[in-house]
Every structure is written in C-alpha cells, then in structure tokens.
Design a protein around this ligand. Structure first.
Ligand SMILES: *Cc1c(COP(=O)(O)O)cnc(C)c1O
Length: 362
C-alpha cells in the first residue's frame, strides 16, 4: 500500500447533493460552482458527473479553470461563467473558448462592450458585500452601454451573511438587488450561494449558485441539511509507538502525555493540506475511534493518541481518516477555528485523488 495520503471522491454523493439542491431551489435552475478545482476535490470529474445529472450552468473563478471542460459542457448545450471577470485576459481568449465573464466593474464592462462584438456577459451588482461587483451609482452607465453593444445575459449579486439566516443584511441585500435588477428588464438572475438556497423562495430567482453544499459541507448555521459526505481524505499509519507518562510529541514538544499509552504516526502533514492549527485540537478517525491529534502537525506527518483503541498495535498500515463521513470538515473546522471551505480547498500537495462511481468506470 502506498504511504501517501489519498482523497477519495464519491461522485454518487456529489450527484445526490446536486439533486437535493435542485429540488430545494426548484423551479429555479441549480447551477454548480466548481471554481478552485471544485473546492479541491477535482473539477473535471465532478463537472462531467454534474453534466450527466442535468446541470447546465457552471461557475468558475478564472478562465484557466474552465478551459478543459469547455468542449464537453458546450457540446451538452451548457453555459460557463467566470466569477472573477475578465481580469487581464484578452477578450479574445473568452470568445475563443466560449466562456462568459461575469463583469465586476464599470471599466471591465466598458471594455467588454467595446471589444467583444456583442458576445454575452454576466454582470455582478454589489448589494452590500463590498467584494466584487458594481455599486448602484454605476447602473445608469451600464444601462447606457446596453444600447451600445453590451449583451448582458445574467445578472447576479452575492449574499454576505446567508449562512446566518436571521441577519438583517440578507433582506437588505435582497431588496437592493430586486430594486436595481428591475431596471435591467427581463434577464436571468441569480443571488443564492449554498446557504442562500435555504433562505427562502424569494432568494432563488432563476438560477442558484451553490458550491460548498455540493461537496457535502453544511451551509447554514441554524439547521442540518441532509447532505452526503462525498470526500474521504485518508493517510496510512506509518508507526505505532508506546509511550510513558511525561513523554512529549513533535516539534516543540507541545503535548506531554498525562499517562502511558499508544500513539500512531500518520503519513499526512501540512504539505498535504492538513492545517497546522489542527495541532493539539483536531482529531483523526482510526480503527473505529476518534483519536485526538497530539503535538504539532509536521510537514509530512502527524501524531494521534490511540490509547483508547483495544489493540493499537494492530493499526499499523491502516488508513486514518482525516476528513470524511466519520469526521467531517465541519467538525474539524470547528475544532481548528477554520472554515470547511479552507479545509477542503487546502487538500493538496502529494495527495492522490481517486474518483469512485465515475460514469466511465462503470
Ligand atoms: C464561491 C461563490 C459561490 C458559491 O458559494 P458557496 O458558499 O460555496 O455555495 C456563489 N457565488 C459566487 C459569486 C461565489 O464567489
């Protein structure tokens, strides 16, 4: 068995999450946000599977992320957007690939209107997040460009606080979006990220744009959504060690044993995307027990206290789950003070990705 960490992605689980989200937002269309390599899990395999599930609108952050899937998505009649606009890419690169930028500034919008020869674009209206998108004061200038060759096919905004449904900002952003969108006439609109899908029907518009929930992490703070956990990030036990009271573990010796026991050294560290702040705070799942991570996480390994296991020595070469169905990114993120988004997108380095239930392997 390989000593390297591995990430197994169950495409059936992702498909099930897509169907749940599609049912939640119906009659709106459920798009898929597969930016950042589908939150670290693998955009190409996931994009293909979602196409087979009927998804026809895909969002990326950058043009480069969208290129490989473009022929397949276009052949199926699908549409691809880049959320980070045109950036410094030449307009031609978008036109050639048939990928549609979401324009985020007036300057970008003017440039597209001038250079793109009537090719379609999306437009992001900022309604309170102050991250990307145009302020209300630019709406009139954009509307003028519409008579001047600007071909807008999608109008969006993005909620800042949708994971906290009680926040007044949600309603405030919604009403700003509705008000400003009216001036743009009959155009496809979207507002909801994963959390926004659960805010209520008035937030769903024509298209919803979930990312995180597709990958099985909980989108909303005040309710449990019955999502499949499609990721399994594992690494093998390299050694099992017996230790005595007072022994310390790892760089800096930041954990001292209160009594004798057994530890497992697991072959994944921060170079594989296990954040160092899970040191002395996170857990692994091994041999049916939830074992605390002890000492600092190293580059290539981490240690866990497996004293609670009835036969710790039998665990050598077994796979320890770092994130997966028994120990979710939500649980680990809560221990580390990080977000599930960060834990998923960080899995990397030498981690081998294995796709279970891919359509072409059946
Ligand atoms: C990343 C992103 C999404 C998806 O958000 P999730 O919280 O992962 O569902 C949707 N819309 C925009 C504009 C985004 O940047």
């Amino acid at each position: 068995m390989s000593a390297q960490p591995r990430l197994t992605i169950d495409l059936d689980g992702i498909a099930a999450n897509y169907r749940l989200l599609q049912e939640t937002v119906a009659p709106a269309e459920c798009a898929a946000v597969i930016k950042a390599n589908a939150y670290g899990l693998g955009a190409n395999a996931i994009g293909r599977r979602l196409l087979a599930e009927g998804c026809r609108t895909f969002f990326f952050a950058h043009l480069s992320e969208a290129l490989e899937l473009a022929p397949e998505i276009h052949q199926a009649g699908g549409t691809m957007f880049t959320l980070n606009g045109t950036g410094l890419y030449p307009v031609d690169a978008f036109l050639k690939a048939g990928i549609i930028p979401v324009l985020n500034t007036l300057e970008e919008t003017r440039h597209w209107a001038r250079e793109a020869g009537g090719a379609p674009a999306g437009l992001h209206l900022d309604t309170g997040m102050n991250r990307l998108g145009l302020p209300a004061s630019h709406d009139a200038a954009v509307l003028e460009l519409k008579t001047d060759g600007l071909n807008l096919i999608h109008l969006m905004s993005h909620p800042a606080c949708a994971d906290e449904p009680q926040r007044a900002e949600n309603r405030a952003q919604l009403s700003r979006f509705v008000q400003r969108a009216a001036a743009f006439g009959d155009i496809t609109k979207s507002f909801a990220n994963s959390a926004g899908c659960f805010l209520g029907p008035e937030y769903r518009f024509d298209v919803a744009r979930p990312g995180l929930a597709l990958y099985g992490a909980q989108p909303v703070s005040d309710r449990w959504v019955d999502l499949a956990t499609p990721y399994r990030f594992e690494a093998p036990v390299l050694q099992v060690r017996r230790f005595s009271e007072g022994e310390s573990f790892g760089y800096g010796g930041t954990h001292s044993a209160k009594s004798g026991g057994c530890s497992a050294t697991i072959g994944a560290g921060y170079a594989d995307g296990v954040p160092r702040c899970l040191s002395n705070r996170g857990h692994i799942w091994l041999g049916g027990i939830k074992a605390p991570i002890i000492g600092r996480i190293s580059m290539d390994s981490l240690a866990a206290d497996i004293s609670a296991h009835p036969d710790p020595e039998s665990l050598v070469h077994e796979l320890a789950q770092i994130y997966g169905p028994d120990l979710t990114v939500d649980a680990q993120a809560a221990s580390a003070g990080l977000s599930a988004y960060e834990l998923l997108t960080r899995i990397g380095g030498r981690t081998q990705r294995i796709f279970a239930n891919a359509l072409d392997s059946r």
